[in-house]
Design a protein around this ligand. Sequence first.
Ligand code: AVJ
Ligand code: FE
Length: 442
Amino acid sequence: LGEQGTSRLRSHVAGELERTRRRSAALTDAVDEADLVRQHSPLMSPLVWDLAHIGSQEEIWLVRDVGGIPAIRPDIDDLYDAFQHKRCDRPQLPLLGPAEARGYVRTVREKVLDVLDRTPLEGRRLVERAFAFGMIVQHEQQHDETMLATHQLRDGPPALVEEPTPAAPADAAALPLEVAVPGGPFVMGTSTEPWALDNERPAHEVFVDDFLIDTTPVTNGRFLEFVDAGGYDDPRWWSAAGWAYRQRADLRAPRFWRRDGDRWLRRRFGHVEPVPPDEPVVHVSFHEAEAFAAWAGKRLPTEQEWEKAARFDPRSGRSRRYPWGDEDPGPEHANLGQRHLRPAPAGAYPAGAAPCGARQLIGDVWEWTATDFLPYPGFAAFPYREYSEVFFGPEHKVLRGGSFGTDASACRGTFRNWDFPIRRQIFAGVRCARTPAPDEIG
Ligand code: AVJ
Ligand code: FE
């Protein structure tokens, strides 16, 4: 790297740590102390748990592991170990209070900045050490998105600031409903993306048959047609597990929707507003996404199809880092980073379109895929089995693309998210795919 490269890397990492902490602070300073320690839903931790957990992971990986510094608070490791206590049990734990948690994350951060200053970022261990910092930035950003979901579940007036979302571009109404991706091989995953997590690795060639994919995520207006057509009451569209869940949970519409006479309202971060028809639907489970797709005569894309649509450039034969190319995401490319507290209208971000013509693959809403969360061939757990490996299996479905609440540092063309198929509090929507009839692709 050389001296200049090392100092550029150090200031980049310091800047990312600082930018990320501003987001965590905004999410936790926006509500009062009672709201920080309250459990807003049994699905979520109290916000104050997320905050101290962020500090605890930073202490373990950067202060102790990279820095070789003795533990600051070994007594709280267990409290903030996500595997020791289920989210619903966390409010009963003797957690650090708001002031203590804020003090703790500040102390950890001061030590981390010292570690960053004196850690040699060169030689054989460069990648590993730099990766630990990148992993911790992403970890904090992931918990910030989780805290944003907790805000959405919280009752009370709006607490978060946002910028107005961009309008749909003039061509949105004229876009084709779906675009074609011709069959053939492409490179999936990555061996070179410096901050890619273990489950995104290694790069490997995959053959994908011809398929069609929706140009944009499914809108509220289109989803409402499914609701109005009795889609929630017709077991034909649902898998056996999906129908059992629909019955058990008495599902009738996406989470946070409420019928008001002959219209639908939705609650969004403390605002109650008519459901906007042009916006991608959000807060649907895998089962609802799958049922919608079946009703529409389509299906969910496989994870491989999704990534090929998002990354494959047929002109060069290469896979891009992002749909638009190799440049890092900017505000013109995608709705990421909690700038807006909602998805942008379908068809937005033409500058972020993929070579196949699909838009909004990155940002706006996470997209459920048909695929179970499984390792790629050649997977090696790194740096710990509990990040991905223990979650592999048929009980988790893969989500792709990130949402308006996902930071750019925690989202790439290769990034893989996962969750249980019944989860609806996450910022997840639907994009459908379809296998073409023999005469449809030339
Ligand atoms: C990748 C979003 C499923 O929140 O459970 C946070 C990320 N891992 N702390 C999660 C994560 C450890 C993870 N997801
Ligand atoms: Fe975590």
